[in-house]
Design a protein around this ligand. Sequence first.
Ligand SMILES: Cc1ncc(COP(=O)(O)O)c(C=O)c1O
Length: 417
Amino acid sequence: MTTMTDEQPTEKLSDPSGRGRVDGYRIIFPQRQHSYTEEEIAAVVDVMRNAEGQTQGPYLEQFEADFAAFIGADHAFGVSNCTNALKLAGIFSDIGPGDEVIVPAYTYCASAIPFGDLGATIVWADIDPKTWTIDPEDLRRKISPRTKAVVAVHLLGIPCDMKAIMPIAREHGIRVIEDCAQAMDCTIDGQHVGTFGDFACFSFHAAKTMTTLGEGGMFIVQDPEIAKAVPGIRHNGLTAFTGARERYWVPAMSNVDEFWPGQWPQNFCIGEAQCALGSVQLRSIIPNNEILIEQDRKIRAALADVPEISFPEILPGHRYVVHQYVLHFDGSAFGRNRNDLLDLLTAKHGVRAIVQYHPLYRYPLFTKLGAAEHDCPVLETWWDDSFSLPWWCGVSDEEIAIMTDAIKESIAELKSA
Ligand SMILES: Cc1ncc(COP(=O)(O)O)c(C=O)c1O
């Protein structure tokens, strides 16, 4: 077998991180989806030059209004990241010790951490073997009298089955928190995800479809009463003094108050430069997703005659925006597994495929903190055969051919060995 170190490829590929061919790989997972445009850079520089304050100002207000309009929500609040948006959802759901929160076991760790941090018991839901998102029937099975909320994660840009999840949650009186970190521009029958549940949380982390300089998030709230409390809880309980004051500085410049019964406030604010950038980036979400969708079409076409590879099934009316590129490999007919395939893809073909998202209950964090108990038979077997291809907005046709040819050649080799 030749290895990638025998065959150091020299061609320049399109990886926006500029790190292609690191360690001899031809195609690696980049750190971000795409490069900034000049307009986006100018928006940040404008804040640096001209904004009077660098936080809590007009750019935040504008970004929140732009974001709310983009997804069709009434109340959107810019925050420091999606993890903290999820924490706010937990705070406003009054989640604490003794409560249970149902979280799909196949997701990024932050879908669960804030609820564990609030003292809740995490109950792991299984995935649907076809859609790879939370299985609504397993959700139903796992609801107990202690269940306070379910986290509906639209993972990989695949909307989960909100039409099934919402009635189950309403029937049992539990909150629905949508984790939309990977789901910008995902819709169900034209309605944006994040507008179905009680709360929704978006991420603008560096690896996301849009990034506000590496970190950032948006918290969406349905209930107008809760919406009134968000700015105070988001910002250390700061508020104006009401009533007459002796002088404008007496007793002090601003008051600090309780905004939600029994809840300490946080500081989850996002800066003005990030917000200015966010407003501009919103304009490129749909065109960039169209590029990702087209890349997916090409890969599916190239692998259409490879029965060992399967793709997620997208429910009717759902817009899948292909945020990550996860595939499933079934080599059981010839006694091979995902690891055999990845060995060849990486070492022989220089395609640095990875495996994303261990079932969360297997990570030391969750086992050490008492969240290892699980009953997820689908995920237990499905996960062992899943893998991700390097993915970003702008993978060239040449790179698609390298990756799909590598998969086909590797499977042929595994079959014949
Ligand atoms: C599904 C999911 N939820 C939550 C998060 C947390 O987002 P953030 O990094 O903005 O806190 C991420 C980020 O990767 C994610 O992918």
